[in-house]
Design a protein around this ligand. Structure first.
Ligand code: 5GP
Ligand code: ZN
Length: 115
């Protein structure tokens, strides 16, 4: 699997940094955000290191589809039944802080602390 030794999310994939996992398969990992904005706030990532959505190509279409398709099943499995928000921050102006592609999936009763 393509990994960046300096990347915090690659370290989570490798088990070198602990995370509270919500879902895992061969290609994807979902884990709870360390600073949640909402009662349920999960990050869905590809296990392979892709720095940002700006870098993906057609070869990633299926992977991206799987990330998005996981969101409703994940929210259902975590007891979120009244809607949720999906966000991908991309690049400096997009407010991306961690340069390993990730999709925020947030749900649970409002008010939320952000978003
Ligand atoms: P971004 O601004 O890049 O879209 O979001 C990065 C997210 O990763 C933030 O919501 C932040 O709280 C989360 N995060 C950063 N470091 C860690 C970590 O070590 N563990 C977990 N679980 N979440 C992290
Ligand atoms: Zn990475």
């Amino acid at each position: 699997m393509n990994a960046d030794p300096n990347c915090i999310f690659c370290k989570i994939v490798a088990g070198q940094i602990p995370a509270r996992k919500a879902y895992e398969d061969d290609e994807l990992l979902a884990f709870h955000d360390i600073h949640p904005w909402a009662p349920v706030h999960v990050l869905v990532i590809p296990k392979q290191h892709i720095a940002t959505l700006a870098e993906v190509g057609p070869e990633h279409d299926a992977l991206l589809g799987r990330m998005l398709g996981l969101a409703p099943r994940l929210m259902k499995s975590l007891g979120v039944g009244n809607g949720f928000r999906t966000v991908i921050n991309t690049g400096p102006d997009g407010g991306q802080e961690v340069y390993h592609l990730h999709m925020h999936v947030m749900g649970g009763p409002r008010p939320w602390s952000k978003g």
